[in-house]
Design a protein around this ligand. Structure first.
Ligand SMILES: [Zn+2]
Length: 85
């Protein structure tokens, strides 16, 4: 590999990384500002909320769903109940 090839490869790698990052930022910007189930307000700037709330990302469809901890818990319980039937 000569110097020009090396530079081209590095450039390509950097480009890919940036693409992935911009995709993540795009999805983050798509974050709803309320719980999908109960419409409780969500504050993106609140670290605690960001940690506790549940985000479901469907990258293919570019759909982002957001659930507050209570609704997430309820949904999980419902699924468990259905599975135990
Ligand atoms: Zn909720």
């Amino acid at each position: 590999m000569n110097r020009a090839q090396r530079r081209a490869a590095a450039k390509a790698a950097k480009k890919d990384g940036n693409k992935e990052l911009s995709e993540k930022i795009f999805l983050f910007n798509q974050l709803p500002d309320e719980c999908l189930a109960c419409a409780r307000a969500f504050d993106k700037g609140d670290r605690q909320m960001v940690m506790e709330w549940n985000v479901v990302i469907r990258e293919k469809e570019k759909i982002v769903r957001l659930y507050c901890p209570e609704c997430w818990h309820k949904a999980k319980k419902l699924v468990e109940q259905l599975e135990n039937k």
